[in-house]
Design a protein around this ligand. Structure first.
Ligand SMILES: Cc1ncc(C[n+]2csc(CCOP(=O)(O)OP(=O)(O)O)c2C)c(N)n1
Ligand SMILES: [Mg+2]
Length: 327
């Protein structure tokens, strides 16, 4: 069993860690960073698609090696995480380290998707890629749910569902009181919306006309062990949000181009918070995981990890081909 020496400059973590290491991935994830300034839309989309696919490649290997995780809901939210961190948000590793008060804020309310968050932070240059090998290991900062006391880039500790939106509403109100233009983004699960605390927060945000608050729901139609519609149906979801004073934008949440367009139009209506209703598939795009409730927290076998990598490598190859055709 190998150990990781304390990471240089804390690598975005509160403490340097020395802990056991998971098996190495087939190749280390590349730090791709933000979409370059001046990139065309096609270049931006290619960059984000590549980053999202790299995140999924790395995340599935992490879950396989750690023997635990929530891979289905990580794959459905990866496109939104990558689009926000690498393009939409006014944020950078330097702004996080310096605690720039004007940085945009983000809360991953569906905290069980922590591995997708950590891997996005690695691709974005916020934590060292080698830290991913400590996921869930004793003394690691990379816990099963994100902790703001352990990772500089995490703005709010999450895990208990139903808390992220109320926190984000408070952050958005604080920004207004500060006279700041910074925005607050929050990522929610659809099963999570069954928690009543969300509806108090939706009501408050609408009442307060928090138009620099943007909530995205990962509408993958599945929760833990069941379909949302069979458990406690949310529909008509868009109408409910409109009735609470939100502007609703519906989008394919596994299409980074569509997400870019949706976020570019924020606030979608002056004086209203924006609700991005992101239609996704749990397990996207891996054929054997997609829309299968078992993959909420099932752990892939070595063969299943290999199959996922084969499918994800085909996505990477198609991005390369499209780039060659357009350049
Ligand atoms: C308050 C609370 N109850 C239960 C859980 C356990 N839990 C973790 S994920 C999950 C299902 C969430 O479903 P959804 O919000 O749809 O997440 P996704 O499909 O995006 O993974 C549950 C019940 C929890 N984390 N918090
Ligand atoms: Mg769900």
């Amino acid at each position: 069993m190998s150990t990781l020496a304390p990471l240089e400059k804390n690598a975005g973590l509160v403490h340097a860690v020395e802990t056991t290491l998971l098996a190495a991935p087939d190749r280390e994830i590349e730090v791709l960073g933000r979409v370059p300034a001046g990139a065309s839309r096609a270049e931006a989309v290619a960059h984000l698609r590549r980053a999202a696919t790299e995140v999924r490649r790395r995340a599935v290997q992490t879950v396989g090696a750690a023997g635990a995780g929530h891979i289905g809901g990580e794959f459905s939210i990866t496109d939104a995480l990558v689009t926000l961190y690498l393009s939409v948000m006014n944020i950078s590793p330097a702004q996080v380290e310096e605690r720039d008060p004007e940085r945009d804020r983000i809360v991953l309310s569906k905290g069980h998707a922590a591995n997708a968050l950590y891997t996005t932070l690695a691709v974005g240059g916020y934590i060292a890629p080698e830290a991913l090998r400590t996921f869930l290991q004793p003394t690691s900062m990379l816990n099963g749910h994100p902790a703001r006391t352990k990772i500089h880039a995490v703005e709010a500790s999450t895990g208990p569902l139903g808390h992220g939106l109320p926190i984000a509403v408070g952050m958005a109100l604080a920004a207004r009181l500060d006279g700041s233009d910074r925005r607050t983004f929050v990522l929610l699960g659809d099963g999570e919306l069954q928690e009543g605390s969300n509806w108090e927060a939706f009501m408050t945000a609408g009442h307060q006309r928090l138009d620099r608050l943007v909530a995205l729901v990962d509408r993958n139609r599945l929760q833990q062990g069941a379909r949302v519609a069979d458990t406690n149906d949310l529909e008509p979801l868009a109408d409910k949000l409109r009735a609470f004073g939100w502007e609703v934008v519906e989008v394919d949440g596994n299409d980074v181009g569509a997400l870019l367009d949706a976020y570019a139009g924020v606030p979608a209506a002056s004086g209203k918070p924006t609700f991005v209703l992101a239609h996704t598939d749990k397990g996207f795009p891996v054929s054997y995981m997609r829309d299968d409730v078992a993959w909420h927290h099932k752990v892939p076998s070595a063969e299943q990890v290999a199959q996922a990598l084969t499918e994800l490598d085909a996505v990477l190859a198609s991005i390369d081909t499209e780039e060659e055709v357009t350049s």
